[in-house]
Design a protein around this ligand. Structure first.
Ligand code: URA
Length: 203
């Protein structure tokens, strides 16, 4: 969980049902940058000598290239902000929707960069609810060879965290907050509602 006043204030904008789509979008993009910054804290860097205008000194570069994989559709809302911070990142897409009756994920689209095996992969979905979609998505990424995967979300809840961690204990979860429960429709409570509908204005 990322304990930071900027994270908490952006999350409050997202939670507020009175926030207009424009406010919601900007808050999600800004929050995504903050979550990415937190996730990147653990990344490896390699030393790089640089010449400043005054003398040489040692800097660093990221050791691995970065691949963002938003889970369609709501994960797209996290992508724009992150691409501002790492514009050279590659982007894969995973289309998963949740069957309304079983709450199980159904895959309908998959397009991933070939280089995913050697990349730092960030799987993006604002809501870690049941954890079924996240677990399924990580399984797909691993089948394609991904080894370093982080799951970045805005809100998580205990059942989702338990599901993802039991299936994929190696995948770190970065979240702005952990909410207490899921309702019978699989929504996080208090949550922020349907993240995709609110981001795209389809609610
Ligand atoms: N997906 C959402 O958009 N919201 C939730 O609360 C759970 C899943």
């Amino acid at each position: 969980m990322v304990d930071h006043p900027l994270v908490a204030s952006r999350l409050t904008l997202l939670r507020n049902q009175k926030s207009a789509a424009e406010t919601f979008r900007r808050a999600l993009q800004e929050l995504s940058i903050l979550l990415l910054t937190e996730g990147a804290r653990s990344w490896d860097t390699s030393p790089l000598d640089v010449e400043t205008p005054l003398r040489s000194c040692q800097g660093v570069v990221l050791s691995q290239h970065v691949v963002f994989v938003p889970i369609l559709r709501a994960g797209l809302g996290m992508l724009d902000g992150m691409l501002h911070l790492i514009p050279e990142a590659r982007v894969g897409h995973l289309g998963l929707y949740r069957d309304e009756l079983t709450l199980r994920p159904v895959i309908y689209y998959q397009r991933l960069p070939a280089s995913i095996a050697s990349a730092q992969v960030l799987l993006l979905d604002p809501m870690l609810a049941t954890g079924n979609s996240a677990s399924q998505a990580v399984t797909i990424l691993k089948e394609k060879g991904a080894q370093n995967i982080q799951f970045i979300c805005v809100l998580a809840c205990p059942p989702g965290i338990e599901q993802l961690q039991s299936q994929h204990p190696d995948v770190a979860i970065v979240t702005a907050a952990i909410d207490p429960e899921l309702n019978q429709f699989g929504y996080i409570v208090p949550g922020l509602g349907d993240a995709g509908d609110r981001y795209f204005g389809t609610g």
